[in-house]
Design a protein around this ligand. Structure first.
Ligand SMILES: Cc1cc2nc3c(=O)[nH]c(=O)nc-3n(C[C@H](O)[C@H](O)[C@H](O)COP(=O)(O)OP(=O)(O)OC[C@H]3O[C@@H](n4cnc5c(N)ncnc54)[C@H](O)[C@@H]3O)c2cc1C
Length: 288
C-alpha cells in the first residue's frame, strides 16, 4: 500500500519543529523513518504533516561525561553501536544494539526514534529502563527531562506530548563492580524480541549481589522493570537457588496475553530462562 497524502516540512531548528507540531495536531516528527514509514504505508498512521528532523541542527552526536553518555536523538543506532567512548562507558549499549533489526536498518534508524516509538518489544527502551536512563524533550513550554521509569505508558506510547520533540537520550555510566548482559529470543535474527532481558548486577564482598537492575521487553504492553527478580537476586551470591528464584519471580511480569507468536505461559517460561542467563552472565562480569 501507499501512504495517505501528507505535507512535508524540513525545519532547521528545534523551535521551528516544535512550532510546526503545535500548529497541526496530526503532525508527526520523522527521524530515520524505519518504523514510521512502514506504518504509514499500512495506513496505521496518517500524519497530516511530516516534520523531518534530518536537518535540525544539534540533534545528533555523542558526548561522554563523567557520569553519563549523552546521545543526540538523531544519532543513528549504528553510530552509537560503534562509538568507542560510549561503549567503554557502558558496554551494555553495543551488546543491546547488535540485536536491533539488521545493520542496514540501524544505519538509518535513530536512537531517539526507537525510544520515542516505544515498541514494547524493542531493545533500546529496555536498555534505557535497566540503566536508569532518561530523555530530554523540548516542547512549547520549554525543555524537560523525563526518567525512563516515567516515559513508557503503553505499546508504542510514551508520556511525551504530540508537541514535544525528544532531543537527547542519557544513559548513566556503568557503576563500579557491576556486570552487564542482554539476552533475547527472537524467531529469526533481526526480528523483534519474543522476549528480551537487560541485566545489571553489582557485587560486593564475598560476591554478594548488592544491587540488581533488570528490565524486560516483549513480555508486557510496555518495557518493564523486573523488580521481583531484582529482589530475589539482591543479597544472594547469585547462586543456583537465587537464579531459579529470580526466574520464577520474573514470570509475574509477563502479562502479555496469548497472541499469534506465543502463549502467555510460554512467554513467562522464556522470560524466566532469559533472566537466569542474563543474571549469571552479568554476575560473572561483575567478578567476585
Ligand atoms: C524490518 C525491520 C525490523 C526491525 N526490527 C527491530 C528490532 O528488532 N528491534 C527494534 O527495536 N526495532 C526494530 N525495527 C525498528 C527500527 O529500530 C527503527 O529504527 C526504530 O524503531 C525507529 O527509529 P527511526 O529513527 O526510524 O524513527 P521513525 O520511524 O522516523 O519514527 C518512529 C516514531 O517515533 C517518532 N519520533 C521519531 N523521532 C522522534 C523525536 N526525536 N521526538 C519525538 N518523536 C519522534 C515518530 O514521529 C514516529 O512516531 C525494525 C525496523 C524494520 C523496518
Amino acid at each position: 500500500m501507499k501512504p495517505a497524502l501528507f505535507d512535508y516540512t524540513a525545519p532547521e531548528t528545534v523551535a521551528e519543529a516544535v512550532a510546526t507540531l503545535a500548529a497541526d495536531e496530526s503532525a508527526r516528527p520523522l527521524a530515520g523513518g524505519q518504523s514510521l514509514i512502514p506504518i504509514m504505508n499500512f495506513r496505521l498512521a496518517q500524519p497530516g504533516t511530516l516534520v523531518d528532523l534530518g536537518r535540525v541542527a544539534g540533534l545528533d552526536g555523542i558526548t561522554v561525561t563523567e557520569s553519563e553518555v549523552r546521545i543526540g536523538a538523531m544519532t543513528r543506532q549504528r553510530t552509537l553501536e560503534s562509538h568507542a567512548g560510549a561503549n567503554a562507558a557502558h558496554p551494555l549499549i553495543a551488546e543491546v544494539l547488535a540485536h536491533v533489526a539488521h545493520i542496514a536498518i540501524r544505519n538509518r534508524g535513530t536512537v531517539g526514534g526507537s525510544i520515542a516509538h516505544a515498541d514494547a518489544s524493542a531493545e533500546l527502551p529496555c536498555l534505557l529502563l535497566a540503566t536508569g536512563g532518561s530523555v530530554c524533550a523540548t516542547g512549547p513550554e520549554g525543555e524537560r527531562t523525563v526518567a525512563a521509569d516515567d516515559l513508557f505508558s503503553f505499546h508504542m506510547t510514551t508520556t511525551l506530548a504530540q508537541t514535544e520533540i525528544l532531543t537527547e537520550v542519557r544513559i548513566p555510566r556503568l557503576p563500579p563492580a557491576t556486570g552487564w548482559a542482554f539476552e533475547e529470543y527472537a524467531r529469526r535474527r533481526g526480528d523483534y524480541a519474543l522476549a528480551g532481558v537487560c541485566a545489571l548486577v553489582t557485587r560486593g564482598a564475598g560476591g554478594v549481589c548488592t544491587g540488581a537492575r533488570l528490565a524486560g521487553c516483549g513480555i508486557a504492553d510496555r518495557p518493564v522493570r523486573l523488580t521481583a527478580a531484582e529482589d530475589a537476586l539482591r543479597g544472594s551470591t547469585v547462586c543456583e537457588d537465587a537464579l531459579m528464584a529470580a526466574g520464577e519471580a520474573a514470570k509475574g511480569h509477563a502479562t502479555l496475553p496469548d497472541d499469534l507468536q506465543a502463549s502467555q505461559a510460554y512467554r513467562a517460561d522464556l522470560l524466566a530462562a532469559l533472566v537466569r542467563r542474563a543474571a549469571v552472565r552479568a554476575a560473572e562480569r561483575a567478578g567476585g
